[in-house]
Design a protein around this ligand. Structure first.
Ligand code: SF4
Ligand code: SF4
Length: 223
């Protein structure tokens, strides 16, 4: 299959124009190791590219969750609402160029940080999160699957940033990294019991493993 260099450039430029901070393209053939419901083929016929985009969490408030009065579920994440809109704009852009795509939900969905690493955006660090060169782990991710044949990035399997570093592991208040492995249950218990309330209906959860990572902290970027 021939991949389209000009279209790849156009998408990158469009992403930049609308405010997407990070973008990468992954080959759907690389998702075979994941459960069927988390593979690109589940979402559209003949997928040619997984587009992963990221939005820089330049202010902690963007990482807040909210819920409606009377409902217990934390249902709305501010940064996610922004990045989801970016996805829909990219979908419409591709549609105008004659390509089909689908914005992927969370469940069932793709494993986003793994998709980003497969697309060459960055590695998964010891903090169990994607690390980007410019923003460290301070990005909120989303993805689309499309039949547009874009040029895909080189998968990244190892974190060059983490060699000799343990900052995030030592900073975790829940000691949720045991022998270097992230233990979800320990993390989740801490998240549930240590919410920071911005208002009755808006909270920020622990993000020490995001904030403590020094990668991308020396950048000089405007929000
Ligand atoms: S704080 Fe250090 S070990 Fe943790 S993810 Fe960042 S670079 Fe890797
Ligand atoms: S979110 Fe907080 S508790 Fe969970 S792993 Fe990160 S630092 Fe630890």
């Amino acid at each position: 299959m021939e991949r389209d260099q000009q279209l790849t450039r156009d998408i990158k430029e469009y992403c930049k124009k609308i405010g997407v901070d990070v973008v990468g393209f992954a080959n759907p053939l690389l998702f075979g190791r994941y459960p069927e419901e988390n593979r690109p083929y589940t979402f559209i016929d003949d997928p040619k590219t997984v587009i992963v985009i990221g939005f820089h969490l330049y202010d902690i408030v963007l990482d807040a969750w909210s819920h409606k009065e009377g409902e217990g579920v934390w249902s709305h994440q501010f940064a996610d609402a922004v990045v989801e809109q970016f996805c829909h704009r990219i979908r419409r852009y591709l549609l105008k160029k004659g390509f089909n795509s689908r914005v992927i939900s969370y469940s069932p969905g793709l494993f986003l940080k793994e998709a980003a690493a497969l697309g060459g955006i960055g590695p998964i660090g010891k903090n169990n999160l994607l690390i980007t060169n410019r923003f460290g782990s301070q990005v909120r991710l989303r993805a689309l699957v499309t039949n547009a044949p874009l040029i895909c990035g080189e998968p990244i399997t190892e974190s060059k940033y983490c060699k000799g570093c343990n900052i995030c592991i030592e900073a975790c208040p829940a000691n949720a990294f045991i022998n270097g492995k992230y233990v979800k249950e320990k993390c989740y218990i801490y998240l549930e019991t240590h919410k920071r309330y911005l208002s009755d209906y808006t909270v920020i959860e622990c993000n020490v493993c995001i904030e403590s990572c020094p990668i991308g902290k020396n950048r000089n970027v405007l929000p």
